[in-house]
Design a protein around this ligand. Sequence first.
Ligand code: NCD
Length: 318
Amino acid sequence: MTRHLISAADLSRDEAVLILDTAAELASVAGRPIKKLPTLRGLTVVNLFFEDSTRTRTSFEAAAKRLSADVINFSARGSSVAKGESLKDTALTLEAMGADAVVIRHSASGAAHRLAGWVTGSVVNAGDGTHEHPTQALLDAFTIRQRLGADGRAADQRGAGLDGVRVTIVGDVLHSRVARSNVLLLSTLGADVTLVAPPTLMPYAVESWPCKASYDFDAELRKSDAVMMLRVQQERMTAAYFPSIREYRRRYGLDAGRMALLPEHAIVMHPGPMNRGVEIAAEVADSPRSTIVAQVSNGVIVRMAVLYLLLGGAAAAA
Ligand code: NCD
């Protein structure tokens, strides 16, 4: 395993499968009355969050605690960052307190990469600007494998990738670190990924990505095993990318009528937070095809696997 997890591209197919298999092992712990393992006892994990987050921060916290690590939660609000302290000085301060791993979320693309050059511990990218969010892609891959298996039909298969599984990622791809990490990871695992977005929200150099791009949502739905809806990220929009929310919903929203176009076995995913009634209708989000709640619980076990593999080896060697 690499020391850091900055990009989904850091992972070979074997490493990605190892993380998914380790998570599958750890899933049994999540079902026990006492959900704790002693693996990372004595190690410190710092959650360094410069951007708002509900599920990712609490998910990393739960993952580290279930492995018995000490967790320090840092949020920029209420810290010396509000007084103008730089990322580097903040990082060095935390390092001086003995962080073995730093989980970072920051609004600047490349922040996790910079941090990795300053600290001695492992760095895990929990979302840097519009760049990447590799653990989200891992939990999505885990969820797809759990629900569909490698060939898009069978049950959970340890050791397997996602060969031939057809995944359609829909919406605000331009601003989505979730989409970037998923395209890289899912293609590494053998899936066929297609992006669907309004032309204004499709990234410029998408031809160089390991996926297809389409503007025909309904046609893609008919051949999808999994459809992943993305949040319209209004906080990152600097221009008018579509005429109105109503127009967006009509062309790119997933409602019950569109969901009926999916093959019977297909699943509907969303990384959260959702804009119910915009990119996804409430009845779709709450339908049995939706894996949205499972994605959240899988997030904890996948992050346990990542922390275990990044830090557990080092702890065992010490
Ligand atoms: C995503 C994020 O923050 O990148 N959410 C998440 O981590 N679950 C997606 C989003 O904000 O839309």
